[in-house]
Design a binder for this molecule. Sequence first.
Ligand code: CAO
Length: 548
Amino acid sequence: MATVEVKVPDIGDFKDVAVIELLVKVGDAIKQEQSLVTVESDKASMEIPASTAGIVKEIKVAVGDKVNEGSLLLLVEAEGAAQAVAPAAAPATAASAPVAAPAAAPVTAAPAASSVVEVLVPDIGDFDAVSVIEVFVKPGDAVKLEQSLITVESDKASMEIPSSHAGTIKELKVKLGDKVSKGSVLALVEVRGAAAPAPTVAAAAAPAIATAPAPVPAATAVAVPAHNPGAPSGALPHASPSIRKQARELGVPLAEVKGSGPKGRIVESDLQNFVKSVMSGAVQTLAQKAAAPATSAGGAFPGLLPWPKVDFEKFGPIERKDLSRIKKISGANLHRNWVLIPHVTNHDDADITELEAFRVQLNKENEKSGIKVTMLAFMIKAAVAALKKFPEFNSSLEGEGDAQKLVMKNYFHIGFAADTPNGLVVPVIKDADKKGIFQISQEMSELAKKARDGKLGPADMSGGCFSISSLGGIGGRYFTPIINAPEVAIMGVCKSSMEPRWDGQQFAPRLILPLSLSWDHRVIDGAAAARFNVYFASLLADFRRIAL
Ligand code: CAO
């Protein structure tokens, strides 16, 4: 056994390339030519193979380090002295060598004023019969000189093959999965003008780095999945050849995997996590989503028909408007809450005859103070008292499955829905239990003004325990308010009106306030909801009860 230094082999024109992935760790048994690290320039990435088999004793580089030819990567306890080859002088064998990108391919003949030329696979070193894994162009596309046409991949590296000519693609001679080698015809390109370049065979000789790196211009030295703006499908997934191979074998759409590596590079754990989340149903691939309408229309809602597509113009003049920012945000939240929370709404009435008389009197007495008390301030205080009596209404669900918990809150922050020209917002009165009716009224009018002026900040709208949505100033009888997650209940209130009520002897005119309490059936039972409403109504009917 001998300790051998494994160094970066000749990697051609690649200088100061960053280590972006370590593929082995100390103690690993490695085979000769096994990939050890991935390095990346701005145009290419490549895996550096082991020059010897053995056990990794020490890793001399870290992710982010810059390396060059000859940089020490690892110390390996080699299997037998015979394999302890001289490190830098032992580049990987041709079959697994990192690859410099090919230069533009030679053409068979110099083009005439407008002629069709064959674009061939240039000398790509010892890469023979490599698979076409991406095709970036299609017939009719205009291509620039050196624009990438396809990506080919061996088991250790991938590279993009650039066009040897500018012109228009007449015919593609390869498709995904084809095997190509040096000299394979990729495409027929119609070249306009006699001046079309015809690179020489010598210039095209850009073999595997391990043998003789060619002085190709950096712009064409493209390999694995650098973003290719010319690609019809947009950005290519950023991953090493081995990850791409794994993804293909598993059928993972790499473009949908989020990379956590440097510059968003997809590393093995990203691939694994993606597969896990698809298997658990937490994530659907685009293909699954696209397939959903055929069987279930809409993916998450089996059996639903697709959203109707209507040509509205056919029926009359229309105009299209953008949704306001608030509408977009609140719409997305309301949709989630409506879909995810099993809502039930209990309707009830509160007799607020005496409370309204008191409110009117209070406002008369305090006319000069400038603070106007509305019914909503009393309802906020009543909500606090009801939350104290029924603490599960002041809770939130947290976590999933067996690990799910109910978070019980010992604070009382009450939100109120406010209608603004731009949409619905829910400012929150903090610590409403510690505030009196006047203070609540004042804060409410300040928050409502801020809401109308579009000046509410996140702090004004967060931390709510329970919300009240009052349409009392507008009208209506009852409605079904949507719970403001992660709260578990919301009180909807409509306009009070005088109604005849039987007092035991006769019908008497009473001021009746319609209540609509929506509650989350995962947390609250119907009986508790009915009790909450009865209690809430009793407080409004006789506000002295709040002191009990
Ligand atoms: N019954 C009868 N009258 C009522 C009432 C009720 N339940 N609630 C309020 N009123 C009266 C007020 O006393 C006031 O009367 P005066 O003008 O005669 O004094 C008038 O209606 C207007 O009140 P207001 O709306 O200005 O004040 P408020 O405290 O009741 O409400 C606010 C403030 C910001 C909540 C309200 O303006 C608002 O935006 N409401 C809409 C909420 C909403 O959109 N909810 C739906 C959400 S789901 O999409």
